[in-house]
Design a protein around this ligand. Sequence first.
Ligand code: SF4
Ligand code: SF4
Length: 79
Amino acid sequence: MAFVITEPCIGVKDASCVDVCPVNCIKSSPEAEQYFIDPGTCTNCNYCEPVCPVTAIFDAFNVPAQYDAYILKNKQFFS
Ligand code: SF4
Ligand code: SF4
């Protein structure tokens, strides 16, 4: 399982996580409201989670229930 970016990223998008990801798997687009993690590339290194200023990043196994839908949203961004 990969790490997942959830709702608190919306409107923040400061890319702190992008700067620390060693495999460059955190992406967005000008139209997207948030950043997303490619679950096929993420190595679960956990470098990104502590640098997020709004606690938007979770291990997929520990995503809070209210953010469950973001597991699929992250995956779909790359499909
Ligand atoms: S856990 Fe590591 S590999 Fe996965 S998105 Fe975060 S920094 Fe990148
Ligand atoms: S560090 Fe947090 S708020 Fe900033 S882009 Fe990454 S997930 Fe979004």
